[in-house]
Design a protein around this ligand. Structure first.
Ligand SMILES: C[S@@+](CC[C@H](N)C(=O)[O-])C[C@H]1O[C@@H](n2cnc3c(N)ncnc32)[C@H](O)[C@@H]1O
Length: 434
């Protein structure tokens, strides 16, 4: 064993140790039971996301070799990749307890057996950045199990831990630091002219500048390799995952937006080129009877909003983009949006303007807001504007109470920026849903 890494077999022993320590439980509804302490649970990738990605990985052709996760946490992403590709997994984890739980989780999640592939799965406790040390420990450990081959690494998946205030952190604060890690591993990877197969799972809050820094690292370690940046949303009005797929894992497009359903993607938009997002400044709020569409932020963040709109092939629909907030890009038009857009998974809500108000809905004015909506024929009003996240459910509850028993359409209230010279203010626009 080389100094610094300890190899743990993914077998019944690891599972018994973990079971004595902490009973397995399901981290989220519908997910398999695994061993995770609170910290691991907070950092873990949702099982459905890990499986969906692994299915896509299994559909790409990359060279033979083991799958590496050099900051594997609970090991569930590694296990999903092994299950879907039928390949062997090598995980590395700095935290000893987490690493031992990861070995147990691999054993729980992978198919049982004692063939050479099954007994080659390992979790190493130690520093994921030290490629040479890790490979030596791995190969020594395989030899101890009677396996004389020294399989190369052919895919690297990395989901580094990031500081909680992800917006202000530098890339070096990712643990492990991504540049150092890639410089250490990529030279050891099995790769052809397409470059190394890499999947980087990054903070969805990375700034444009930080994404540029990631691009610079990739230009250095994998020059010329294709790359697809992917923004994924689960429909909650925010970007849930940001990832980069490199080399054999990249598609022909440089940018991709995915609206994920419970288990499978509901819609994917991708393109080789993107367009800048131009939010039109208006001196007046959208007028009564104009149409508003609230769009999932993933297509806008990915700069695929034009590709998305073009996909509806509706030349008579000429909306302008206005961005209410980072979470709620909106389209405003004089004509109704095409039916295909109404049904699109990236469409959050569609409605016709029926009211304006200057002040934000709050606990006091909620009954008044509800009465005004009722006069416009609305029987259920959903808040889709920026309000204090703690107050949001309370105000919504008050609106529901005020409209209880009222027959009418569904509606929503959204905040729209309106410019006055160099300043801008927000108008709260009520819409009847269609
Ligand atoms: C975001 S978590 C990975 C979560 C994992 N994808 C899962 O589904 O459970 C990142 C992990 O990297 C580990 N880590 C941080 N620095 C490391 C290093 N230098 N070497 C190995 N692991 C490291 C942390 O302990 C943490 O468990």
């Amino acid at each position: 064993m080389s100094e610094g890494h300890e190899a743990v077999n993914c077998d019944g022993r690891a599972q018994s140790w973990a079971t004595r320590r902490l009973k397995p439980s399901s981290p989220r509804r519908g997910e398999p039971a695994v061993h995770m302490n609170d910290q691991m649970r907070r950092l873990s990738t949702p099982w459905s996301i890990a499986v969906e990605r692994s299915i896509r990985i299994s559909n790409s052709e990359f060279l033979p070799g083991v799958l590496l996760d050099p900051a594997c946490g609970s090991g569930i992403h590694l296990a999903a990749m092994c299950l879907e590709t039928g390949r062997v997994g090598l995980g590395i984890e700095l935290d000893e307890e987490a690493g031992k739980f990861a070995a147990a989780n691999m054993n729980r999640l992978l198919e049982k057996g004692n063939g050479p592939g099954r007994i080659s799965n390992r979790i190493l406790i130690g520093d994921g950045v030290d490629a040479e040390g890790a490979l030596k420990t791995y190969h020594d450990s395989l030899e101890d199990s009677g396996i004389s081959s020294t399989p190369p690494v052919s895919l690297l998946h990395i989901d580094p831990a990031r500081p909680l205030d992800a917006q202000n952190h530098t890339l070096d604060e990712m643990a492990p630091p991504i540049g150092e890690l890639l410089r250490s591993w990529v030279p050891h990877m099995n790769q052809d002219e397409r470059g190394p197969a890499l999947l980087l799972d990054l903070s969805p809050r990375l700034s444009r500048k930080q994404r540029g820094e990631i691009d610079a690292i990739l230009n250095e370690v994998a020059p010329g390799a294709a790359r697809t940046w992917e923004w994924l949303s689960q429909g909650g009005g925010r970007i849930d995952r940001l990832s980069v797929w490199v080399g054999p894992l990249a598609s022909e497009s440089s940018h991709r937006a995915i609206r994920m359903g419970q288990k499978t993607p509901l819609r994917t938009v991708e393109a080789g080129s993107t367009s800048p997002f131009i939010s039109e400044k208006r001196g007046m709020p959208p007028s009564f009877d104009q149409w508003i569409v609230i769009v999932d932020p993933a297509v806008v963040e990915a700069r695929l909003h034009d590709a998305w709109l073009t996909s509806f092939d509706a030349p008579e629909y000429n909306p302008i983009w206005q961005r209410a907030s980072l979470r709620r890009p909106i389209l405003v038009s004089d004509t109704p949006p095409p039916n295909s857009l109404l049904d699109d998974p990236f469409t959050v809500a569609v409605g016709r303007v029926c009211g304006h108000r200057l002040s934000s809905p709050d606990m006091e004015n909620a009954p008044t807001v509800a009465r005004a909506a009722e006069r416009s024929g609305i029987g259920h009003l959903v808040l889709r504007c920026e309000v204090d996240p703690e107050l949001h459910p309370k105000i919504q509850k008050r609106l529901n109470k005020a409209l209880k028993g009222v027959e009418g359409e569904r509606g929503f209230i959204v905040d729209v920026p309106v410019s006055r010279g160099d300043n801008w203010h927000v108008v709260h626009v009520t819409c009847i849903e269609s």
